[in-house]
Design a protein. Structure first.
Lengths: 588, 182
């Protein structure tokens, strides 16, 4: 008879077979048997967080920076409910997570037992799938299936709820063999005909644009390489979404920057005016499209996506290609080369006028801002941070708000998996724990959380985690004492009624850093900024950097809500030069 | 343009709604109905009626029939979102007007009244495959199978004959002819 293993042992056996080396978690009554087994599985390192939401975001940071599934282990009841924000965040941004939760023993389920909650019920709408394991014989199969669901197709979070009695029960364990293409639902669902249609549209277009998103990054680093090849083979301009940053090198001449609500003037105008839009792995989010009725009115739209339900959800497209980005681009490059051997050269003439137009938009320099000698402009702080870290292959996480947009605009990414931000859900407090997860995955790399003072306070407790495990994350706070993005909207739309957007009693971040046992730094003037940043980079410990920035600065350019792409608000510099005020701020 | 005062855009034009019957084959496991129904409520889709039962005990398959209304775009989304659920095997979609599909709902009526009224009630039901399931001196339980609106009408008609209680199912559907939906 084969050896019998307890449910708790099987959990770790499965994790071992899935090559999991780190898990993030927090113990509690209903997961104690699993925690008891931890000592017997040396290949799996557990990171003790300070709050289950932190475990979730750390696992997200781990997953996004490695491409592997992030794993978290939490207890029943509050453990599970605290993880819900992170699960929803991962669901919105397609991050593969496996969340293992303890549950009260099966005979107590439904009795309102201590720390009981309907975990599978609560997490049903924010996971790809979840399971309540009621029979020890199902456990191994369910956990392996959970990894498969989380990582195949459009990635996302899954949850396995394991009652405490199941963790004690014993059964046999068969070693898991990873099968290829186990998922019955095939993800590549396109034909050569689709590809030929795409190539036909490409050869016909005189005003084309690539619009690419997080799907490229989720398809693996190879997909980003192929995207580069494809874009260079066409000579077309490219813009990426917030989640797509890094999928195409930001310093490439064909890159127009990010698009959308706080995207560049050239990217948004090109989206409006184009005659061919090739969407690769993006989902026509409302922050991207603006007013949907006036979204890119003159273009043929192609949508390449692994998730069929993303197609025609928000914007009706002319050509849908359902498949993995990597496979689709591979086929497209092959077909393009076959059909037109030197397409870039032969097509140059056709798109030259388009490029001229783009250059004109570019010359607006929409990301420019009015510099200052006295106060640190937040954009300047990001610029300096970029200049001083660009050769260090840094990993950047962010919180949510103005600082996030400034980071997206002014920090230039040339590689995928270097940029971790909460886009879909917009979770304040994401960046600090995410940085913890990234640093766990890449112990020798530079990991910076570009933060706002309001966001970072939401998950500040995870500094304690960073200190415990010697994770030298850098928390770079753009401190303007306001919930900046809230204040910006109030300024624009609510007659400057700054209702509850000012934080009157902020902690002293330098002292706070010291209290946590890490290093606190503060910069107040542009003069001292560089030195302080260098000091931060030279510190081999966790750092909280309190960067006191201009309190009034707003994030431009901007598409106000309910407006199309060609009606952007530009920054104060442009407004000043043109002496446009009031209603005229909206450029037509 | 009016100041929208919103971080979101306004809803576009209202489009015409069609009625569709969506048939979903699922693994009969705990929570599967909640997944399907939760998808509808979470994404703001309608459910007009719902019928669900296991149809294959060996393979453990249930068949869920949902009557819903939506714009063509919404109906497409419903199908695609349903197909993403792990326990869902296949999804069929029929238009209410489709002549190649049979739709049926069942209703039970309890009539209490004089002999004369009971007879009239049963007579009125006859065109809808009426079956007399229970009979006493002053009451009848009648079963009919018909379309939703026909049953609606019968409920109105039978009131004058002493209808005291109605119980009805959601619609179930099946294609005509020898073909089976794959």
């Amino acid at each position: 008879m084969s050896k019998l293993y307890s449910g708790a042992e099987i959990v770790f056996k499965c994790l071992e077979d899935q090559d999991v080396s780190n898990i993030f978690g927090y113990p509690g009554g209903a997961v104690l048997p699993i925690y008891d087994e931890l000592k017997n599985f040396k290949s799996i390192k557990h990171i003790l967080v300070r709050h289950e939401q932190g475990a979730g975001h750390a696992a997200e940071g781990y997953a996004r920076s490695t491409g592997k599934a992030g794993v978290l282990l939490v207890t029943s009841g509050p453990g599970a409910t605290n993880a819900v924000t992170a699960l929803t965040d991962a669901y919105m941004d397609s991050v593969p997570l496996v969340c293992i939760t303890g549950q009260v023993p099966t005979h107590l389920i439904g009795t309102d037992a201590f720390q009981e909650c309907d975990t599978t019920g609560i997490t049903r709408p924010c996971t790809k799938h979840n399971w309540l394991v009621k029979d020890i014989k199902d456990l191994a199969h369910v956990i392996h299936k959970a990894f498969e669901v989380a990582t195949t197709g459009r990635p996302g979070p899954v949850l396995v709820d394991i009652p405490k009695d199941i963790q004690f029960q014993k059964t046999a364990y068969k070693k898991y063999k990873k099968q290829k293409k186990i998922n019955g639902k095939s993800h590549n669902n396109f034909s050569q005909e689709n590809i030929d249609d795409l190539i036909h549209l490409i050869t016909k277009s005189s005003k084309p644009i690539f619009y690419t998103g997080g799907g490229v990054i989720n398809s693996g680093p190879k997909a980003s390489e192929l995207l580069r090849e494809f874009v260079h083979a066409t000579g077309f301009p490219i813009t990426t979404t917030l989640q797509g940053l890094g999928s195409f090198p930001a310093d490439d001449g064909q890159f127009l920057g990010m698009l959308g609500m706080h995207g560049t003037y050239e990217a948004n105008n090109a989206m409006y005016e184009c005659d061919l839009m090739i969407n690769i792995g993006a989902r026509f989010d409302d922050r991207i499209t603006g007013k949907i009725d006036e979204f890119s009115p003159k273009s043929k739209k192609v949508h390449i996506d692994i998730d069929p339900s993303s197609i025609n959800k928000n914007v009706k497209v002319d050509l849908a290609i359902v498949g993995d980005v990597k496979s689709v681009i591979t086929s497209a490059i092959k077909s393009l080369k076959k059909k037109k051997s030197n397409f870039v050269k032969s097509n140059k003439q056709k798109t030259s006028k388009w490029w001229e137009k783009i250059q004109k938009w570019r010359s607006k320099r929409s990301l420019d801002y009015i510099g200052s000698e006295e106060t640190i402009k937040p954009q300047y702080a990001i610029e300096r941070l970029y200049e001083l870290t660009k050769d260090k292959d840094a990993y950047i996480t962010t919180e949510v708000g103005q600082h996030q947009m400034w980071a997206a605009q002014h920090y230039k990414f040339n590689k995928p998996n270097r940029w971790m931000t909460s886009g879909g859900l917009g979770t304040m407090g994401y960046g600090l724990p995410a940085a913890v997860g990234v640093q766990v995955a890449h112990p020798n790399k530079l990991v910076i959380d570009i933060a706002g003072e309001a966001s970072v306070l939401m998950t500040m407790q995870e500094m304690s985690t960073a200190v415990q495990y010697g994770l030298p994350i850098k928390i770079f706070i753009l401190n303007n004492e306001y919930m900046g993005m809230v204040r910006q909207w109030q300024e624009l739309l609510h007659d400057k009624n700054y209702s509850e957007s000012y934080t009157a009693a902020l902690p002293d971040f330098v002292k706070l850093a010291e209290a946590y046992g890490c290093v606190g730094l503060r910069a107040k003037t542009p003069e001292e900024l560089d030195d302080k940043i260098i000091e931060m980079l030279n510190t081999d410990r966790p750092v909280i950097f309190d960067c006191m920035v201009d309190k009034q600065e707003n994030c431009f350019p901007m598409i106000p809500s309910g407006k199309p792409h060609n009606q952007m608000l530009l920054g104060p510099k442009d407004q000043k030069e043109k002496k446009i005020t009031g209603k005229g701020k909206t450029l037509v | 343009m009016a100041n929208t005062k919103s971080a979101y855009s306004f809803a576009g034009k209202k489009q015409k709604l069609d009625t569709h019957i969506i048939v979903v084959w699922v693994d009969n496991e705990a929570g599967v109905l909640a997944r399907v129904v939760g998808l509808f409520s979470g994404r703001g889709y309608n459910i007009e009626s719902l019928a669900v039962a296991e149809i294959d005990q060996k393979l453990n398959i249930s068949r869920i029939t949902i009557v819903t209304t939506g714009t063509p775009q919404v109906i497409d989304q419903i199908k695609l979102q349903l197909k993403k659920l792990v326990p869902v095997h296949k999804v069929a979609d029929f238009k209410r007007e489709d002549n190649n599909v049979i739709f049926k709902e069942m209703a039970l009526f309890k009539i209490v009244g004089s002999k004369n009224k009971l007879e009239k009630a049963f007579k009125a039901c006859k065109k809808y495959n009426a079956v007399l399931l229970d009979k006493t001196n002053k009451s009848n339980v009648i079963q009919i199978t018909a379309l939703r609106r026909e049953i609606d009408n019968m409920v109105q008609n039978l009131k004058k004959f002493g209808l005291v209680s109605v119980s009805r199912t959601g619609a179930v559907a099946m294609t005509r002819g020898a073909e089976v939906f794959k």
